[in-house]
Ligand binder design. Structure first.
Ligand SMILES: Cc1ncc(COP(=O)(O)O)c(C=O)c1O
Length: 401
């Protein structure tokens, strides 16, 4: 076999896919309770699915054909209206929005468009595990700033100043956060925008969970003066519309950045999924999206979140965690138990699956600061199964005490 590209030598396989493979394997064993991947268990709005059926029947040709690389103009218009309504931000749907194959492609296109070889991208530790290798894949270098439970996982501006260098090209901001559920402090965002202006770097704002908030509203950095010309936002329909399999999302940004992302996308995937985009026109129609989030998604997930919080306190009283204000996850510091069990978080997760058929994600997958933690999602299982899963975790840990 001829050799593979050298690029791959320093790119690790995504733990997300490893987790998915583990889950597939585990499911074959039956009775698996998953607090693992962040896939919503709620079905998408019924109107959306009904509409696809009608479209495929009545306009099959149009529904399955290619669209332009930036996606359907009418969908981009609806997105612009939606962002204006909810965050007070203005985007020109013709030039400042591109539809992507999920947030994952959005992140890759944004990084490819702005980062040159050896330039630095600053991320938090712990953070979503989709950034590190993508930065390396486009030739960039990863710089990290730690965040801790003591300050509610809020990044510190002074720490940020210490890692900014002449090579800094971008900062990835994620709010609400995966894995910690924190919502970013608006004061940090203001400071970040000032630093991005004075040191001339990009803010890549991953807004994957912008509508999954339980008490307070999220901060949209573009609303801050000076931010818009240096911010690319990454959005996904996987979470807010519960359609991860459609692989659809969108990015917003200055027209030059969107143009660059479009040029790259032409050679990566040509155009986004047409069927799914037509279905999404319905998502925005007649207030379906807002109603779905307000009446179905948020109340369901909030109840599950509150339940899991109580159960963590009951079954793992020595664990430390904070009640997530947004997104889908608890990030739980279980170092007290790991010490008694003489295991690390990876061994804990593997043994828990083997012994009790419960999936949790090792915290170390999210960075060095995540060691000794596990991430548990509360959106994949019903309340009864959350109860059962937490009981099993409690029994597993108790057997070592
Ligand atoms: C923070 C964050 N960004 C991006 C993504 C990518 O999502 P998708 O590619 O399904 O849009 C995820 C998925 O879990 C995520 O948690």
């Amino acid at each position: 076999m001829p050799s593979l590209s050298f690029r791959l030598a320093y790119i690790q396989a995504s733990p997300i896919r490893r987790i998915a493979a583990l889950l597939d394997e585990a499911r074959r064993k039956g009775d698996i309770i998953s607090f693992g991947g962040g896939a919503p268990s709620l079905p998408p709005p019924k109107e959306l699915i009904d509409y696809i059926t009608v479209l495929l029947k009545e306009k099959p040709q149009r529904t399955v054909s290619y669209c332009g690389t930036r996606g359907l103009p009418e969908l981009r218009e609806l997105i612009a209206e939606d962002l204006k309504k909810h965050f007070g931000v203005d985007y020109d749907p013709k030039t400042e929005i591109i539809i992507t194959d999920g947030g994952t492609e959005g992140i890759f296109l944004a990084l490819s468009a702005v980062v040159d070889k050896n330039e630095e991208v600053i991320i938090l530790d712990p953070t979503y595990l989709g950034y590190n290798e993508a930065i390396k894949l486009v030739g960039g270098r990863v710089k990290k700033i730690p965040v801790t439970v003591e300050n509610g996982y809020q990044p510190d501006l002074e720490r940020l100043k210490q890692v900014i260098s002449p090579l800094t090209k971008a900062f990835i901001l994620l709010s609400p956060d995966n894995p910690t559920g924190r919502i970013i402090d608006p004061e940090f965002v203001k400071g970040l925008v000032d630093l991005a202006e004075s040191h001339d770097f990009w803010i890549i704002y991953d807004a994957a969970y912008k509508y999954i908030v339980f008490e307070e509203k999220d901060t949209w950095p573009d609303a801050i003066p000076g931010a818009k010309e240096r911010t690319i936002t990454i959005n996904t329909f996987s979470k807010e519309a519960s359609i991860p399999g459609f692989r659809l999302g969108y990015a917003t940004g200055p027209k030059e950045a969107i143009e660059a992302m479009e040029r790259i996308k032409q050679y990566v995937s040509l155009a986004p999924n047409t069927v799914g985009q037509y279905a999404l026109l319905k998502f925005y129609e007649d207030g379906i999206k807002d109603r779905y989030l307000r009446e179905v998604v948020i109340p369901t997930y909030k109840k599950r979140r509150d339940l899991m919080y109580e159960l963590i306190k009951e079954y793992l009283p020595e664990a430390r965690t904070v009640l997530p204000k947004g997104a889908f996850y608890f990030f739980v510091d279980i170092r007290y138990y790991l010490e008694k069990m003489r295991r690390d978080d990876e061994e804990f997760a593997n043994r828990l699956l083997y012994r009790k058929n419960v999936v949790v994600i090792p915290g170390s997958h999210f960075g060095d600061m995540g060691k000794g933690h596990v991430r548990m999602t509360f959106v994949s299982e019903t309340e009864d199964r959350i109860r059962e899963g937490m009981k099993r975790i409690g029994a597993y840990v108790f057997s070592y005490l």
